[in-house]
Design a binder for this molecule. Structure first.
Ligand SMILES: *[C@@H]1O[C@H](CO)[C@@H](O)[C@H](O)[C@H]1NC(C)=O
Ligand SMILES: *[C@@H]1O[C@H](CO)[C@@H](O)[C@H](O)[C@H]1NC(C)=O
Length: 352
């Protein structure tokens, strides 16, 4: 008995809900700029009807009969909150009502980024820098998204929990840790009003961009110590290139026999191609205001004759091994040459 009562109720409410509002709005949602015009159509999907109308603080129509589509026209949207409703009076005396969702927006008066660092002052790697993006006079804040850009990348995104429909000012605050990769990269913020996906061209505004320099200590492109073989008749090259800001300066230290000789020579090159090819340990330091790094080159001698001899021996050895392998694979025990080593006998069920 309870079951019948319950299902009866369900059937009844279900029918009421689907029949109560046979209304179609076109467009189903409206995004309009403050001061612009608004046009939307309300269409009754049930016919005939007694009449229909728009209830709205602007552009209301009152009850109209003899129509099934009725436009709402507001020439100049001058309110932050507008909630137009379309009603349809059915022949059986019932009325249905549907609201048209409207978002009134205003693009920011300005978007500006500020950094706690005076112009032309560099950042230092690893240090924290507070940054602010101020978006002035924008509506509605709930649709505002602030994007932080670093070169091609978006590195932070912020939305705001503010139900205010009239214009407000919002600030996105960020703590940025300077990284060497950011050296010379432009940074800026962008305020965007992100409405539902259907709206392709969401209004947006960018701040001025700022390029910051980041100071960091010298870092070798090839960091490990190197062992370099000196080949007779070949120039030896020692590469000590390091990245760093400011640009590193280089100093070379030569093995003992050369130390005296080169004392007065100022070698400030990242790549050294010495005219002398003496074995020993060569040191190179790269330094700038942020630090100093040292790398060593262990220069050893390799006589040309020996290497040539080794190469010839190597080739012969390899040839020998190849011959042995070939013999094992392709020559049958009775000495004939064969590819069909093994006992494979083709059968009718085998692959064709
Ligand atoms: C509203 O209806 C009229 C007439 O049917 C049509 O011309 C117009 O494009 C419609 N407007 C919208 C926004 O759907
Ligand atoms: C390079 O050699 C020096 C001296 O032999 C040593 O102190 C240093 O740790 C080495 N550096 C690297 C990266 O292997």
């Amino acid at each position: 008995m309870w079951f019948f009562l319950f299902s009866g109720l369900l059937a009844c409410t279900g029918k009421l809900a689907s029949a109560s509002c046979p209304i179609e709005m076109s467009p189903p949602k409206v995004v309009v700029k403050f001061g612009d015009s608004l046009i939307a159509n309300c269409t009754s999907l049930t016919t005939p009807i007694e009449g229909m109308g728009w209830e709205s603080s602007f552009g209301g129509t009152g009850l109209q009969s003899g129509v099934t589509t009725l436009p709402l026209k507001i020439d100049n949207v001058k309110d932050w909150i507008i909630e137009p409703q379309c009603f349809v009076n059915l022949l059986d005396g019932r009325q249905c009502l549907e609201s048209l969702p409207v978002v009134v927006y205003k693009t920011p008066a300005s978007v500006s980024m500020s950094l706690d660092l005076s112009e032309n002052t560099p950042m230092v790697e690893g240090q924290h820098y507070p940054m602010k993006c101020e978006v002035a006079d924008v509506a509605p804040a709930s649709h505002l998204v602030v994007y932080w850009h670093k070169g091609e990348k978006i590195f932070h995104k912020e939305t705001f929990n503010d139900t205010n429909l009239s214009p407000v000012s919002k600030t996105s605050v960020l703590d940025v840790i300077a990284q060497r990769g950011d050296d010379g990269t432009p940074i800026w913020c962008e305020a965007k009003l992100d409405f539902w996906p259907a709206l392709q061209h969401s209004p947006m505004m960018k701040s001025k961009s700022r390029e910051v320099a980041v100071l960091y200590p010298p870092t070798f492109t090839k960091p490990a110590n190197e062992t370099v073989e000196v080949l007779a008749g070949k120039k030896m090259t020692l590469n000590c290139t390091a990245t760093g800001n400011p640009t590193p300066v280089y100093k070379w230290h030569f093995p003992p026999p050369l130390q005296e000789m080169d004392k007065n020579r100022d070698v400030n090159d990242s790549v050294l191609t010495p005219s002398f090819e003496l074995p020993g340990t060569y040191g190179c330091t790269a330094s700038n205001s942020q630090g100093i790094s040292t790398k060593y080159f262990n220069v050893i001698e390799a006589t040309g004759d020996r290497t040539t001899f080794a190469a010839i021996v190597g080739v012969f050895a390899a040839l020998g091994v190849l011959l042995l392998i070939a013999g094992a694979f392709f020559v049958t025990p009775d000495g004939t040459f064969s590819f069909n080593k093994g006992n494979y006998v083709p059968t009718s069920s085998g692959p064709v």
